[in-house]
Design a protein around this ligand. Structure first.
Ligand code: ZN
Length: 497
């Protein structure tokens, strides 16, 4: 199977190579003959890169009262972007957020301009998205993730910035406000964060030991990017500061049990055993009865879950793409086994050919092995013949290795169109929960994403080629179980929705 493929490929390379030479020669002759050289040279560039790029701005309500989501997109061919940020009724907050976003955008355009001078074919991509983390005091933490990529560099950059607002009061707490400016509490916090970093196994190999102390020493600037929820106090450190850039920005989470004592009263959890009456009094003073009701509802739900077996039949399909991987896939299979969970693995034919025994192990453990093309091709860009080849050869090798029929495929990048659908008989499986694990490579972000977006019938997209995905999976499954979810394969989910 391997040999003919290589042979075909080298013939193609020969053909492409010789036709390129012919084309270049013809072009050179034409160019010398042309009376107006400049015009001839500039026309193709203009065609490819229209002068006017269309920037669209959309403002919609978010799920959080008082907060709108602004989305600004440009589909410029060379320098596209998609920027999303929160907007409130508080001017000072809006100004801070807009300042940041505008700076990032301008910097990106400037970088693109400079890069185009060196190579006009350079392409870029900028994405800013955000998450809203809430605290029962009414304070929101907005976590903006800014990710940019350029075609001339192999690695993109990711930056996390946080903004804080209580949309009702207009308050915005800094980390110094949270700790009431107390340097002793800051020292304690710094020690805990440092310990947390040093004991994180996923980080050990990547730490910049010389710089670790500098970036965690007790000064307010080191801890300025934070988020606070009822469960945890979270800190964000820039990539390439305390660890090398292969791990991206570092997210360190301290549980509220630990850190509550350091915080301003507003952020202390209402202690259940000791002062229930006091806290409910406090609540009634400054908030509506609506809040108290919703808290009661949550308590009821909690006790139901702990006493009864779950019978509501909520289902979720876990999917893992781009494997098999010699390091990560087996870990994932093990964690799934621990939770008695069945999942679907969308594998690449080329990797199945390389690691047939891993593909077989996945199948033997009861999981569904499905088709993700041979080489991670964008099917919409292929001729019908190449498309069929990408799919059919992958199906063939999976069936050969597992001995079972392939029943689903997932197009790389989720790229499908009518042409693709018409040519393929297998059902196309996309997803509704995108953990973006490939982008942030951060277990906690993955878990948070799953917590925020999973609903009954969801299909969750993950990748069994990143260590961070394996690292976060156990906690993610524990959470989903506690929410009453059952784990099924995609085909099961689609046949009994
Ligand atoms: Zn993929």
């Amino acid at each position: 199977m391997k040999k003919p493929r290589h042979k075909t490929r080298s013939i193609w390379i020969d053909i492409i190579f010789s036709s390129t030479i012919i084309l270049l020669t013809v072009a050179a002759i034409l160019l010398t003959l042309s009376p107006n050289k400049n015009q001839t040279a500039s026309t193709p560039i203009e065609k490819e890169h229209p002068v006017v790029d269309s920037i669209e701005t959309e403002v919609i309500d978010s799920n959080y009262p008082g907060i709108k989501i602004v989305t600004k997109t440009s589909n410029d061919k060379k320098a596209p972007f998609a920027i999303q940020y929160p907007q409130s009724t508080i001017d000072s907050f809006n100004e801070r957020v807009l300042n940041y976003v505008t700076n990032v955008q301008e910097e990106y355009m400037e970088t693109m301009k400079n890069k185009s001078l060196l190579d006009e074919n350079t392409k870029g991509e900028l994405n800013i998205s955000y998450e809203t983390l809430t605290h029962s005091s009414g304070n929101y933490s907005f976590v903006l993730v800014n990710n940019s990529n350029f075609s001339d560099s192999t690695k993109g950059t990711t930056e996390i910035r946080t903004f804080h607002l209580n949309p009702e009061t207009g308050d915005s707490y800094s980390i110094a406000d949270l700790l009431e400016g107390d340097i002793d509490r800051l020292r304690q916090l710094s020690a805990w964060v440092l310990a947390e970093i040093q004991t994180d196994e996923a980080l050990t190999k990547h730490l910049h030991l010389e710089q670790l102390e500098q970036y965690t020493e007790p000064n307010w600037g080191n801890f300025q990017y934070y988020a606070v929820t009822d469960d945890s106090l979270i800190f964000y450190f820039d990539e390439n500061t305390i660890a090398d850039d292969s791990v991206g920005p570092i997210i360190i989470s301290l549980s509220m049990n630990k850190s509550a004592n350091l915080l301003l009263d507003t952020f202390k959890p209402k202690s259940v055993e000791s002062s229930k009456d006091d806290s409910s009094l406090e609540k009634e003073e400054d908030s509506t009865t609506e809040n108290t009701e919703s808290e009661d509802a949550i308590e009821v739900e909690d006790s139901e879950e702990s006493t009864e077996t779950i019978t509501d039949g909520k289902k979720v399909a876990l999917t893992f793409d781009d494997g098999p991987d010699p390091k990560v896939t087996r870990q994932i299979v093990e964690i799934l086994e621990k939770h008695n969970a069945k999942a679907t693995f969308f594998m690449l034919g080329s990797r199945v050919e390389y690691y047939p025994e891993i593909a077989k192990e996945v199948f033997d453990a009861g999981h569904e092995v499905a088709n993700h093309t041979w080489n991670h091709a964008d099917l919409t860009k292929l001729t019908p013949e190449r498309m069929a080849k990408e799919i059919n050869e992958t199906t063939a090798i999976i069936e050969q290795v597992t001995g079972a029929e392939v029943t689903a495929y997932r197009p790389p990048y989720g790229a499908v169109n009518e042409k693709v659908r018409k040519h393929l008989s297998l059902p196309t499986v996309l997803w509704d929960v995108d953990t973006r694990d490939w982008e942030h490579r951060n277990s906690q972000k993955m878990i948070q994403n799953i917590k925020q977006n999973t609903k009954d019938g969801s299909i969750i997209l993950m990748h069994d080629i990143h260590q961070s995905t394996a690292d976060g999976l156990d906690a993610a499954l524990t959470y989903l179980e506690s929410e009453g979810y059952q784990f099924v394969t995609v085909s099961e989910l689609l046949s009994n929705p």
